[in-house]
Write a protein that binds this ligand. Structure first.
Ligand code: ZN
Length: 134
């Protein structure tokens, strides 16, 4: 967790926002849903919803990706941007959407059990078959 003020926008710029407050370290997620929507594993930070201020969201669409979660994307350029567990007050943000430099760090690999066979996880980060304990 790191206190940051960051700016972010999708590829076409139709969706742009600022974040503040505590940002969770980035987690690489290898679950099948992330593979399908990102085209590869996902890399998500997370903030409290109140710490996310949209400058523009005219092409933001939400897709209910499971019973408990939805994913936000740009309907113009196709950028996969948000993952949200419905009913919580936080939102995961794909780390590549933030303007560089982010000062974020990647901390763990999760859902390694669900990953596809075409790549290896070469990082030395802690790996979890599903969610980390605790
Ligand atoms: Zn866009």
């Amino acid at each position: 967790m790191k206190k940051l003020s960051l700016k972010a926008k999708c590829l076409c710029g139709n969706i742009s926002f600022k974040t503040s407050g505590y940002h969770r370290d980035v987690q690489n997620c290898h679950c099948v849903q992330c593979l399908k929507t990102h085209g590869h594993h996902a890399a998500y930070s997370k903030v409290e919803e109140k710490d996310l201020k949209f400058l523009s969201k005219k092409s933001l669409k939400w897709f209910k990706s499971s019973k408990r979660a939805k994913r936000g994307f740009c309907s113009n350029c196709g950028a996969s941007i948000f993952f949200k567990v419905i009913g919580t007050n936080s939102v995961c943000i794909a780390a590549g959407i933030f303007n560089n430099p982010t000062k974020l760090k990647t901390s763990i690999e999760i859902f390694t059990k669900g990953k596809s066979d075409y790549y290896k996880i070469n990082s030395k980060l802690p790996k979890y078959a599903r969610y980390p304990k605790g």
